[in-house]
Every structure is written in structure tokens, then in C-alpha cells.
Ligand binder design. Structure first.
Ligand code: GLA
Length: 746
């Protein structure tokens, strides 16, 4: 057991040798948080880390005390974890310790709540503490799950109305109280085509954070935040990471009080949220994952990557090699037919690609983005043999077959909208704001979910489909549910999200072997909640390799490489117009779930040859690239952003693939060495350098100590343009340089 309870000191200690959380029943019956973070010896009391004899706030109102579940209006004026409106309209609760249990493993969550889980009870232990407010009967069950061998604690909370009258949950968060504020807050922010850029700000007194009121987690901010010390690097010094396992409106913030303590909180955004609980009813608060590391931001990422990849993602694809795909979107947009797709698939197969994905445009009269969303009926003009006939032909070539859907949407110009205009979200009497000529269906209505489960289920069942790309191309405006009374509109967004999860649950249950990839105008719903159903997500519509360095770097702070769809597309790039060499594009996309997004029939033979070499390079190293430990070496957010480097390391340390990228070339560069990480200092390695995928540029032997402490020289004689002799090194273009290093233990 990694969790101990001392009846004498009333302390719980969650400790697995790598991290510790210490909680205590305070004298007034509330639960105090004495410590979270660095591992501490089990046995001693840590009571001195909290207030002595805390009987509630009295004389010193507002003095910081670390709590497990802070509530408003009782003397702690920082942001609360739980706001429940009582029958009398007040929001004060006196949550008294009632009981606790320590269980091996992790109790299952209600079906539609995405959350981490255990395959075996030995993987984690869970502390469940039950608290009761005597006056109202409001009961709170707090869950703290510590995973063995990982520095992650999953926080859960269930609120049960044990009273005789209705109460309303107005805010519910996973919180973490830290004793100081010498932290820099790291957030991932951006917009369409530049998702999850890294932003940092030193904490100051007050509230600072990010959130979404868009109905989905959004591209603008991500429900992942981190804290780092000034001295924290990728592999040294303290850091925290926190991820919310939820895909809807969220708030993730740090609140620094007058005494410079920090409270982190992550949860459903409280603006507009209200969840009534009738007597006996319960509400499950989204799970929060808190990861501590004494080994830098990289340590936080390691911990979260492992949990999300292995114990949040589910299904047969969870740890399985993901196929190299070709998606026709940028290759054809809406302009395709059966023959053209088969031709593309044939060319894809010829280059070694394993999965063909048919994107938007196969249904209704979808010749552009003005119509047909909602009409999940095959367009026989384009596909006379149906999706089934097409899928069979593609599969006969030896490829897997995938299909795009966007279930939650409807175009006003669609049969679905004409039949059920009331299913689209909007407020009677008010104009509905359109975006991409589409409206959003009210997923909070069971009949909408039923219709989608049936109509989309029918299409999927009609053909041998291996993969589904589930898109979501606009945010929600005029939020309102026609089926909820006026005093229950505060449920709208959460019900939407739960309905979306329900549809995912039904389709993934009905088609258990299908690989689902989530998407939202690129990466606008890239969050831990989605990973529960879809183990991979389209990272961004921006496929420009230079932009992708930043997007993939930022995303990797919180999310595993196995979740990041990354494709090579044609040039000029459709988002930036930039021209980059095809091998540079591939060298970037390979540090993700690799694929292509172009028309292979339009490529010159030399490019097709290049793709063949790229695919075979990737497939040979797929295990380490998709499931290895991802280590960030050089940040595109540092300095002038001209360089990026990272590596993937096999879990047993026997092999790694490292990459260095330089966007623009500068003359007469200074000496530079790229230090690798995570290798065995005592071992010898063979390093093979690749500067294109057709053949290695050279190879040599080095010690792990040398590779990590001194580093790889990244300044061998550079190829020079203009006919200047270049020692036989193939000229690759002076800008957009990359080197890949295969590092194999001898
Ligand atoms: C979104 C997705 C794209 C593509 C289009 C289709 O923008 O992110 O990859 O599927 O929709 O309309």
C-alpha cells in the first residue's frame, strides 16, 4: 500500500518513493493539505507543516491554510474548490470528516466521466474521504489516487445531495495548495493553426490563468497548466503539471494570496454553470491530474505522458503501433470521386502507406462547406459504390480504410435541419450566429444523440472501416437548451459535453476495433478528456513544418506523442505558403503519429521516392517514435526560435532517435553541440546520422557519457550552394536543415 493512515496523528500519507502528499483531519474536522510534491519519509508526522490546532478561522481570518477542499465564506478568501448553493441561498459549507477508506486500485467512475483507470489493482492506491455538511446533508467524497512508480495523483470529487431539498452546484474544482508563490505559470495558448504555444509568466498576487467558454476546450487555451521555478529546466529542479480530464468549458488558474501562497484550481468554468442536485442525486466533478517532478518540466511531461497514454486512453489501439496514414483533405478538398480516391490510395500503397482516410465531402450534397452536415447519407454521385464499395476496393489494395465525420454539427442547408430546426442550438427569437455556415446540435438532448448514433452507426456498420476522424469545426454561440426549464439553463454546456461523450461511448462500444482520432478545426479540442475515447487527435490544421515545431513542442508539455497526429503536406504550404523540403517536413512529423495530407498522384516521382524512404524509416523506428520517452532538448520558444531539438528514447534505453532542426541558415556559426538525455552514461552507442531518408550521412561510436555531457557536434562541414565543393555531402538547401540521429546501444 502506498497510502497510510495514522489514527494517532490523523494524517494520511500518500507516498510511492517518488512523490508524497500528506493530508490531515484538522481539529475542526476539515481536511488539511500539509504537503504535496517531493517524496518524504513515511512514518514521521508532518503536522508542523500545517497550522497547529486549527479550529477554523477566527482571529486571523484569511491566513493561508492548505485545504483539500476549500469552500467560500468561511475565512479562506482564496478561490474555492466547491461552491454549492444551499436551499437557503447561502454557499457556506462546513465539510466535516466522516470516514475514509483506502483501496487498492482505483474505483470506477460513472460511465460517461472520462478518467484514469487501472488494469490491475497493484497499479495504484486510492484514498477516499467522505465529508458531510450537517446542516444541509451535502456529502462530498474526495478521491486521491496515487499511481505506483509515477509522480501523478488523480483527484476526484463526487458531490451527493444527502439532504431533503434541492441544492445547486455552482463551481467544483480540483485544487492544489502550495506554500509559496515563487513559480512561473506555464500555459499553452494560441488559436486555429497555431495551437498550444508556450506562454510563461511569473506569478503575482491575485488570480492568473486560462479558460474556455466556447463549449469545448478550444485552441485558445488548453486545460493543462504547469508551474516551474526560475531555475527549472527540462531535466532539473521542481515543477508541477496539472491537466483537467474534461473537454468542455474550463478554468485553470493560480491564485496567489497576500502571504504568497499559491492555490491551483482546474475545473468546469463556473461562468454560467449551475447544476441542481435533487435529494439523493450526485454530481461527478471532472478528474484533475497533478504531476510533481524534481526533474524539471520534462519530468512532469514524462509522468503525464505515461498516465494518459497507458491509463487514460482505452481500447485495442492504446499501446498498438498506429498506422501511417494518408488523408485526402488537402489533396482534394471536396473535389473527389470513387476513381480519384482509388488512384490516390493506389499511389499511397505504392509508397508504403498503411491507412487511407477519406475526409469531408462523402455525404449529402457536400461539394463545399455550405451544406449537408447532419445528413449522414452517402453521396452516390461521388461514390456510386458507396463507402462500402470504396472501402473494399481500397482495402483490396492492402490498406486500412478510414472515414471523416462531424457528428455534432448541422448546416441550415440540410435535410436534418429542415426536419428538426429545433435540434440546432439557439435561443427562440434571436439570431443564431453561424460559423463556417454551420450550427451546433444540442448534444444534451437524448434524441439528438440517438439520431447520430443510428445514422452514423449505420454508415460505419455498412463498410469495413478501421479508423474514424471525428471533427468539430465551430464553437457554441447562443447557448440555450429548448428542453431545459429557465432555472436549469446552467446545465447546458455540461450536458452538451456529456452528450458528446455518450455518443463517443456508444460508437466506440459498438465498433470496438476502430481507431478513433479526434479533431476540432485542427487542435481545438485537444485535451485529456478526449483521450479516453480517441487515443489520438489531429494536432493542428497547420501542417507547415516550421510552425509544427512549435505546435508539437508545446503540445508535448502535457500530452504524449502517441496522441499527436502529424502529417506531411504539399508545398507551398496551404496555411503559410512556405516552401520547405519534403524530408524536413517528414523529419518534423515523425515525432508524432505520422502521416500524409496530400495528393500522391500529383507528386513528382522524386517526391514519391522520398516518401517511400520516409515511411520505411518511420516504420522501422515506429515503436520508439510513438511510444518512447519524449525528451525535449532545444526549444523553438527560446531565443530567436531558429532551432529545435528533441528525442524519443526506448523505455529500455536501448535505442533513441534524436532530431535537430534549424529553420534559417546563418554563416560562420559558432561551435555547437547537442547534448542528448536519458542514455546510459556507462554504455557505448552507435550513432547514425541522417540528413535525408534515402541513406545515412555517416555513423560513429560514442559513449553515453560523451553524448550526454559533451554532445553531438552539429557543425560538420556544411553543404554550400553555388557549386562550392562540399565534401560530397548532398546539398539539401541551406535553410530548413535537419539531422536525425539513430542512437543504438552496443
Ligand atoms: C477541419 C479539420 C480538417 C478537415 C476539415 C474538413 O478543418 O481540421 O482536417 O477535416 O475540417 O472540413
Amino acid at each position: 500500500m502506498t497510502i497510510t493512515w495514522s489514527a494517532e496523528t490523523h494524517e494520511w500519507h500518500l507516498a510511492n518513493g517518488r512523490t508524497s502528499w500528506v493530508l490531515r483531519v484538522l481539529e475542526n474536522g476539515w481536511i488539511g493539505l500539509l504537503h504535496a510534491g517531493a517524496p518524504m519519509a513515511v512514518g514521521p508526522s508532518y503536522r508542523h507543516l500545517g497550522p497547529a490546532d486549527f479550529a477554523g478561522f477566527d482571529n486571523r481570518v484569511g491566513e493561508p491554510v492548505g485545504f483539500a477542499v476549500p469552500v467560500p465564506g468561511v475565512g479562506d478568501f482564496r478561490v474555492p474548490a466547491l461552491v454549492v448553493e444551499n436551499p437557503d441561498g447561502s454557499t457556506v459549507l462546513d465539510l466535516q470528516y466522516r470516514s475514509h477508506r483506502i483501496v487498492a486500485g482505483k474505483p470506477a467512475q460513472p460511465a460517461l466521466t472520462p478518467a484514469t483507470y487501472c488494469d490491475d489493482a497493484a497499479e495504484a492506491d486510492t484514498l477516499e474521504i467522505t465529508l458531510i455538511d450537517a446542516l444541509t446533508g451535502v456529502t462530498v467524497v474526495l478521491g486521491f489516487t496515487l499511481f505506483a512508480g509515477a509522480t501523478v495523483v488523480a483527484r476526484n470529487m463526487q458531490i451527493v445531495n444527502g439532504g431533503a431539498e434541492r441544492v445547486v452546484v455552482r463551481g467544483a474544482f480540483g485544487t492544489l495548495d502550495l506554500p509559496d508563490a515563487d513559480w512561473t505559470l506555464v500555459t499553452l495558448s494560441g488559436t486555429w493553426a497555431r495551437e498550444r504555444a508556450v506562454y510563461e509568466r511569473a506569478l503575482v498576487p491575485g488570480r492568473q490563468g486560462v479558460g474556455s467558454l466556447r463549449g469545448g476546450s478550444g485552441a485558445e487555451h488548453n486545460p493543462f497548466i504547469a508551474l516551474r521555478r526560475a531555475a527549472t529546466t527540462e531535466d532539473a529542479c521542481e515543477a508541477w503539471g496539472a491537466a483537467l480530464v474534461y473537454s468542455g468549458n474550463f478554468l485553470a488558474e493560480a491564485d496567489v494570496d497576500a502571504f504568497h501562497t499559491t492555490r491551483l484550481r482546474l475545473g468546469i468554468h463556473p461562468d454560467g454553470f449551475a447544476w441542481p442536485l435533487d435529494p439523493g442525486a450526485a454530481f461527478t466533478v471532472p478528474e484533475t491530474l497533478f504531476a510533481w517532478s524534481g526533474e524539471g518540466l520534462g519530468g512532469v511531461s514524462d509522468a503525464l505522458h505515461g498516465i494518459m497514454r497507458d491509463r487514460l486512453a482505452r481500447g485495442p489501439w492504446r499501446n498498438k503501433a498506429r498506422p501511417v496514414l494518408l488523408n485526402n483533405w488537402e489533396g482534394t478538398y471536396f473535389n473527389f470521386n470513387h476513381e480519384r480516391i482509388v488512384e490516390m490510395a493506389r499511389a499511397a500503397k505504392d509508397m508504403g502507406i498503411e491507412l487511407f482516410v477519406l475526409d469531408d465531402g462523402w455525404f449529402g450534397r457536400r461539394d463545399d462547406d455550405h451544406r449537408s452536415l447532419g445528413d449522414w447519407v452517402i453521396d452516390r454521385r461521388k461514390l456510386p459504390a458507396g463507402v462500402d464499395g470504396l472501402a473494399r476496393e481500397v482495402k483490396a489494395l492492402g490498406l486500412l480504410f478510414g472515414l471523416w465525420i462531424e457528428p455534432e454539427m448541422v448546416n441550415p442547408d440540410s435535410d436534418l435541419f429542415r426536419a428538426h430546426p429545433d435540434w440546432a442550438i439557439g435561443i427562440p427569437g434571436r439570431k443564431r450566429t453561424e460559423s463556417r455556415q454551420q450550427l451546433v446540435l444540442d448534444m444534451g438532448r437524448p434524441e439528438v444523440v440517438d439520431y447520430l448514433a443510428d445514422s452514423i452507426g449505420e454508415v460505419i456498420a455498412s463498410a469495413p472501416i478501421d479508423y474514424i476522424k471525428w471533427d468539430w469545426n465551430r464553437f457554441i454561440t447562443e447557448p440555450f437548451s429548448l428542453v431545459l426549464p429557465a432555472d436549469r439553463q446552467g446545465e447546458f454546456f455540461h450536458r452538451y459535453n456529456t452528450g458528446m461523450y455518450e455518443l463517443y461511448e456508444r460508437l466506440t462500444t459498438r465498433f470496438p476495433s476502430i481507431l478513433f482520432e479526434s479533431c476540432a478545426s485542427g487542435g481545438a479540442r485537444f485535451d485529456a478528456g478526449m483521450l479516453f475515447w480517441a487515443p489520438q487527435a489531429w494536432t493542428s490544421d497547420d501542417t507547415d513544418a516550421v510552425e509544427r515545431l512549435r505546435i508539437q513542442w508545446g503540445t508535448s508539455l502535457g500530452y504524449p506523442v502517441s496522441s499527436m497526429g502529424a502529417h506531411v503536406s504539399a508545398v507551398p504550404n496551404h496555411q503559410t505558403g512556405r516552401l520547405t523540403p519534403i524530408d524536413f517536413r517528414a523529419a518534423v512529423a515523425m515525432f508524432g503519429v505520422f502521416g500524409y495530407e496530400l495528393d500522391p498522384t500529383a507528386m513528382p516521382a522524386s517526391d514519391r521516392e522520398a516518401v517511400r524512404a520516409q515511411v520505411s524509416f518511420y516504420v522501422e523506428r515506429r515503436e520508439v517514435l510513438q511510444y518512447g520517452r519524449f525528451l525535449r532538448l532545444r526549444s523553438p520558444f527560446a531565443g530567436d526560435g531558429n532551432e529545435t531539438a528533441w528525442m524519443s528514447l526506448a523505455p529500455d534505453g536501448s535505442r533513441a532517435v534524436a532530431a535537430h532542426y534549424r529553420v534559417l541558415q546563418h554563416p560562420m556559426r559558432s561551435r555547437d553541440r547537442l547534448r542528448l538525455r536519458g542514455l546510459d552514461a556507462a554504455a557505448r552507442y552507435r550513432v547514425t546520422v541522417w540528413r535525408s531518408f534515402d541513406a545515412p550521412a555517416g555513423s560513429f561510436e560514442r559513449g553515453g557519457d560523451d553524448l550526454m555531457s559533451v554532445g553531438l557536434s552539429i557543425e560538420p562541414p556544411e553543404p554550400m550552394p553555388g557549386g562550392i565543393p562540399n565534401d560530397g555531402v548532398r546539398f539539401l538547401g541551406s535553410d530548413f536543415n535537419f539531422r536525425l540521429y539513430d542512437v543504438v546501444r552496443l
